[in-house]
Design a protein around this ligand. Structure first.
Ligand code: ASP
Ligand code: MG
Length: 407
């Protein structure tokens, strides 16, 4: 007999029909003799809608109240899932995050899990029940309701798997697993049998939104192996785990295209200490997230100091705000011009094998050159190469790079 944690995302519980489907799958696992803990998200669209309702009332609602509000989404789904299981004569009990023993810090809307004492979950399982836990929520030691950040049900599932010492963690979603590229862009993208935590983290941060990044970080830290698979069929999914020797044999695991970035270039910034600090302090103070930063070697001379160009990327919705912040620094810093461009894409290749293979960057750039794709910016990590290119060529470039490394 195994103890399995199954997490079902918003689309997998998006209607009563889908919830019946989940109940049937849970019932099957249980008939096979396993104990099952189910973690559910809010029905798809519900969390977004609750946020919208609050923002209709005021632009920046109190975060404690937001948590009280948002936690209702998952509370609806746990009860409905329990009821669906009862209709199949399967004993099932729903639990809020607090009832399941999930204790968090007090940072409302993005709380961190401090500890989990799942004693009551074990008791209910031992009494023969399926236990259904609300994802995305917990409570502080003082009893305040908290939520774990968008996509936080993934974290609930991973953390519960660790706390319960469960044998298996399955993340059910609306795709078959993790692919070598977005199949909507690259037709012959293949489903991966396995992927390492680090590769998964890079792909998530690159816009391949499969799972909440924090949950993957947590899984890596606590060595929780999990499977990402579809709730709509019985195909095996992708296993996410620590990297192995065989994984390193493959140079590139996946290709991703992030269309949600924009580029800001400051032309002829004085080349002297403290300038970059001033710029990115101001951007940070405005709560704008910066991804790539590229600064050139200084050139020419404006007055007594040289000048350099500096480019960085932000999330597309933050572009106007970033431009405003930078415009405000123009007098103080004395650069020539700001150029903003939101027609860019970030194309990346990811693979732990890059650590031990050479020539990967050359091959990627050569492939892009053959397609006539110009590279605006380049950044690399040990297991990733990213380039900023024109958005219009993003999909074509993705296909070419995929074919070169994974075709
Ligand atoms: N319902 C929450 C959200 O939409 C949590 C989750 O779905 O994982 O972000
Ligand atoms: Mg989700």
């Amino acid at each position: 007999m195994a103890l399995i944690v199954q997490k079902y995302g918003g689309t997998s519980v998006g209607s009563t029909d889908r919830i019946k489907n989940v109940a049937a799958r849970v019932a099957r696992s249980r008939t096979a003799g396993d104990q099952v803990v189910v973690v559910v998200s809010a029905m798809s669209g519900v969390t977004d809608n609750l946020i919208k309702l609050a923002k209709d009332l005021m632009p920046l609602p109190n975060e404690r109240e937001m948590d009280v509000l948002l936690a209702t989404g998952e509370q609806t789904t746990i009860a409905l899932t329990a009821i669906a299981l009862h209709s199949l004569d399967v004993p099932a009990v729903s639990m809020t995050g607090a009832q399941a023993g999930i204790v968090t810090d007090g940072v409302h809307t993005k709380a961190k899990i401090q500890n989990i004492t799942p004693r009551r979950v074990h008791e209910l399982l031992d009494a023969g029940n399926v236990v259904i836990v609300a994802g995305f929520q917990g409570q502080t030691i003082e009893g305040q309701i908290t939520t774990l950040g968008r996509g936080g049900s993934d974290l609930t599932a991973i953390a519960l798997t660790a706390a319960l010492k469960a044998d298996l963690c399955q993340i059910f979603t609306d795709v078959d697993g993790v692919y070598t590229a977005d199949p909507r862009i690259v037709r012959d993208a293949k489903k991966l049998e396995e992927i390492s935590y680090d590769e998964m983290l890079e792909l998530a941060s690159l816009g391949a939104k499969v799972m909440q990044s924090r949950s993957v970080e947590f899984a890596k830290k606590f060595g929780v192996v999990f499977e990402v698979r579809s709730s709509l069929n019985d195909n095996p999914g992708t296993i996410v785990k620590e990297e192995t020797k065989t994984m390193e044999g493959i140079v590139v695991r996946g290709v991703s295209l992030d269309k949600n970035q924009a580029k800001v270039t400051l032309v002829a910034v004085p080349d002297k200490p403290g300038v970059a600090a001033r710029i990115f302090k101001a951007i940070g103070d405005a709560a704008i997230n910066v991804d790539m930063i590229v600064q050139n070697i200084g050139h020419g001379a404006t007055d007594t100091v040289g000048a350099t160009d500096l480019s960085f990327t932000v999330d597309k919705p933050d572009l106007t705000k970033a431009q405003k912040v930078i415009d405000g620094l123009k007098h103080e810093l004395g650069f020539h011009q700001v150029i903003a461009n939101d027609k860019i894409g970030k194309l990346s290749i990811v693979g732990v094998g890059m650590k031990s293979h050479t020539g990967v960057a050359g091959k990627m750039f050569e492939t892009l050159a053959k397609e006539g794709v110009n590279i605006h910016m380049i950044s690399t990590s040990e297991i990733k190469i990213s380039v900023i290119i024109d958005l219009a060529k993003g999909e074509q470039a993705s296909r070419a790079v995929h074919a070169a490394f994974l075709g």
